[in-house]
Design a protein around this ligand. Structure first.
Ligand code: XIL
Length: 331
């Protein structure tokens, strides 16, 4: 039995993976993605990002993202949609123009409305806002390097949830960020964001019209630096008690600080994966886990963090690693 089937048997909703059109050209990779017992949810790693969808202003091209949606439907997998309001991977017409607050607000509204409407009733969830909080150092304040924060101010967050709520009443609407699982201060920032969304007054004067349903804990972690099981469970319990929202581990990978890893390091990696999976099983409001790619061959880590990597459950030859067997053992 695959990881998703075992996860469901353990009472959770999904074990999923990110993938994308270019990796699906690899048959060995494709065969694993297309196995709904292994992965019960898929999410496009890049194809639904604004900069991919709308390279030229006004010309939205859904071809690649639609291919992932179609694969999910064909395989009987949940489709997670990623991502609407994020300060990275934006089209150049967004980053290189000079905006008034009104114009950027209208542009963001048009983007969210167009994209959410296109995928209406196909998404299990939408990552509505991602990485709004300051990092390095992690903090509970909103990041000023975001064009949305700079031009629109904090209201871009509840507005994004409001427009997404209107365009798809069924998709779960998520806030997504990193280091929430290890930084209590940043997690507090999300609690504040949840309140900001809940207290939002819509343009027509109604309170509570901006819906938020969950938080994605990205969990790009490093081997040997994962918190203990008890501390991870207690952070998740504290956080879900404060927000009363579901959470998922949304972009899990656990990389080595230097590669290639030896057997001892791979055993530690297995232990670390077991800790994260066990924490989700132990916390009632944790609904599932999604890995940000399942094979070391295509992981984003080696590009984003040169010298680091091999953070996935399968190796470059699509062979299951100790980490995969560890996850199976705790499920
Ligand atoms: C990453 C992709 O994996 C890379 O292929 C791309 O070059 C950059 O973005 N947080 C997120 C994801 O929410 O969208 C990011 O994905 C990784 C960090």
């Amino acid at each position: 039995e695959g990881l998703h089937s075992l996860m469901v048997a353990a009472g959770k909703l999904f074990f999923g993976t990110a993938t994308d059109v270019r990796y699906l050209l690899d048959k060995a990779h494709q065969a694993i993605v297309n196995n709904p017992s292994e992965f019960g949810m898929i999410v496009p790693e890049n194809s639904q990002k604004w900069g991919e969808l709308e390279k030229e202003k006004g010309r939205v091209d859904f071809t690649n993202a639609d291919a992932i949606a179609a694969a999910a439907a064909k395989n009987g997998q949940k489709f997670r949609c990623h991502v609407l309001t994020w300060a990275a991977q934006l089209p150049s017409f967004v980053t290189s123009s000079t905006w008034t607050k009104e114009a950027l607000t209208a542009q963001l509204k048009a983007h969210i409305t167009t994209v959410v409407t296109h995928y209406r009733s196909q998404c299990y969830s939408w990552d509505v806002v991602s990485e709004a909080l300051s990092s390095s150092p992690d903090s509970n304040t909103l990041s000023n390097s975001s064009i949305f924060q700079k031009v629109i101010g904090p209201s871009y967050i509840p507005l994004s949830f409001y427009w997404a709520s209107l365009a798809d009443p069924d998709a779960k609407l998520y806030y997504n960020d990193f280091n929430l699982e290890i930084s209590p201060l940043k997690a507090q920032g999300v609690v504040d964001i949840v309140h900001l969304v809940r207290n939002f007054i819509s343009p027509t004067g109604e309170k509570g019209k901006a819906r938020i349903d969950g938080t994605g804990l990205q969990s790009h972690l490093f081997v040997g630096q994962v918190p203990s099981l008890t501390s991870l469970i207690s952070s998740l319990e504290t956080f879900t008690n404060l927000t009363s929202l579901e959470v998922s581990f949304s972009e899990l990978d656990i990389s080595h600080d230097s590669v290639p890893a030896n057997d001892t390091q791979m055993e530690q990696q297995a232990q670390d994966y077991m800790t994260v999976v066990s924490a989700c099983l132990a916390v009632e409001k944790c609904v599932g886990i999604t890995v940000w790619g399942f094979s070391d061959k295509y992981s984003w880590i080696q590009d984003a963090f040169p010298g680091k990597g091999e953070g996935c459950l399968y190796d470059e030859k699509m062979k299951k690693k100790a980490a995969w067997y560890g996850v199976r053992e705790v499920l």
